[in-house]
Design a protein. Structure first.
Length: 395
């Protein structure tokens, strides 16, 4: 059966060049980077090269990059690590209502342990207002954590403005940039970011690797204690092949960013316009144009269940997502769509397609040929749709 992968915000394939490079560090250059002998030194050197490659993609210096087991750990380290480091300074943290669970759940964990949490709402496009952040700031605010681009609807947040605000108030600013890395430019200095989370497997690198950028002079208390690797910020023998793969993936992403963005935008707009033209009662979720990630399509199709749509698409080999990958499997509507003001019924019928380098126009044509047929068939079985059509006919 033909298969079309349109779920690149959940994960990406590992680039062949990345995988090939990694293989060497599994089977030949397998030294522990902490060892002093030649095997260790060779691994250490490659590890530091990877650190440079990650730093370069975000405008940081290599010594500010701490490798972790992924985006989730980096988010935890940023948030819990700051709360612990600044325990004496204050106990108030600010985040947004559309954060990834790795941020939201971590903030809620701290709230259960006695910290105060303010969750900033978003508008109907999934974008928060800098003014709302300003109003939420208190004398005891120690951390603001806002994502760069949302994983479900692709909305891009005004990070540089929030960064400026945080800096004016002397508040540590953390940004989850997992979805924006490699897709749109990131500069930690221009954006006044103190802590920035990135992950490898969303940019054609291996799973289980990520990093936290920690601005020079900013302190985070480690979560993992032991041998003192990563300047004591994250103990444990480094996942050398994974990290080296991540570095390579960053280098490639930097080189290809403009080309990828052009390709993604073209397919994105073709898919959005095609859906709007061929299916009625459709709402596009998230902003249009340059406030949206180039590779994100998110639509609510009324009078159908998102889960039924997903299953029907999957039977035709088309892999999409409803809401975020972490919450699919549960039938709760997405917290992001609800935060944007969608009612439950509409949030339930939502579908996310996230594009990647290898997707083609022809694949989008295939989706546009199949999706309207699926929607029509599911709507025929929907009592709600039946009612609406009868009302229309009667008018
Ligand atoms: C995927 C993702 C994460 C988690 O990263 P992992 O490396 O999978 O742990 C965090 N934040 C956002 C926005 C993501 O999309």
């Amino acid at each position: 059966m033909r298969r079309v992968y349109l779920d690149h915000s959940a994960t990406t394939p590992v680039d062949v060049e990345v995988a090939t490079l990694m293989m060497t560090y599994y089977t030949e250059k397998y030294g522990n980077p902490s060892s002093v002998h030649s095997f260790g030194r060779e691994a250490k050197q490659a590890l530091e090269e990877a650190r440079k490659q990650v730093a370069e993609l975000i405008g940081a210096t290599p010594s500010e990059v701490t490798f972790t087991s992924g985006g989730t750990e980096a988010d935890n380290l940023a948030i819990i690590g700051t709360a612990e480091a600044l325990r004496k300074k204050g106990k108030h943290i600010i985040t947004s209502s559309i954060e990834h669970h790795a941020v939201l759940e971590t903030c809620e964990y701290l709230e259960k342990n006695g910290l105060d949490l303010t969750v900033i709402p978003v508008d109907e496009e999934g974008i928060l207002s800098v003014e709302d952040v300003r109003k939420a700031i208190r004398p005891d605010t120690i951390l603001i954590s806002v994502m760069h681009a949302n994983n479900e609807v692709g909305s891009i947040q005004p990070i540089a403005e929030i960064g400026k605000l945080a800096k004016e108030h002397g508040i540590t600013f953390h940004v989850d940039a997992v979805q924006s890395l490699g897709k749109i430019p990131i500069d930690v200095n221009e954006m006044n970011v103190d802590l920035l989370t990135v992950s490898s497997h969303k940019i054609y690198g291996p799973k289980g690797v990520g990093a936290l950028y920690v601005r020079k002079g900013v302190r985070v208390v480690p979560l993992v204690h032991g041998g003192g690797q990563e300047k004591k910020r994250r103990s444990g023998t480094e996942n050398t092949p994974g990290i080296i793969g991540f570095g390579k993936a960053c280098q490639l992403a930097g080189q290809r960013m403009a080309e990828d963005a052009e390709h993604h935008t073209k397919l994105r707009d073709k898919l959005i316009n095609g859906i709007l033209q061929s299916i009625d009662h459709v709402k596009v979720n998230g902003p249009m144009g340059d406030k949206r990630l180039p590779n994100n399509v998110n639509v609510s199709i009324r009078f159908v269940e998102g889960e039924s749509l997903l299953l029907s698409l999957d039977m035709l080999g088309i892999s999409a997502s409803s809401g975020s990958a972490c919450t699919s499997g549960s039938l709760d509507p997405s917290h992001v769509l609800l935060a944007m003001g969608l009612v439950h019924e509409i949030a339930h019928g939502s579908l996310r397609f996230t594009l990647g380098r290898q997707n083609t126009e022809e694949e989008i044509d295939y989706v546009l040929e199949q999706l309207p047929k699926i929607v029509e068939r599911l709507r025929m079985m929907s009592p709600l749709y039946d009612q609406v059509m009868h009302i229309k006919e009667a008018q």
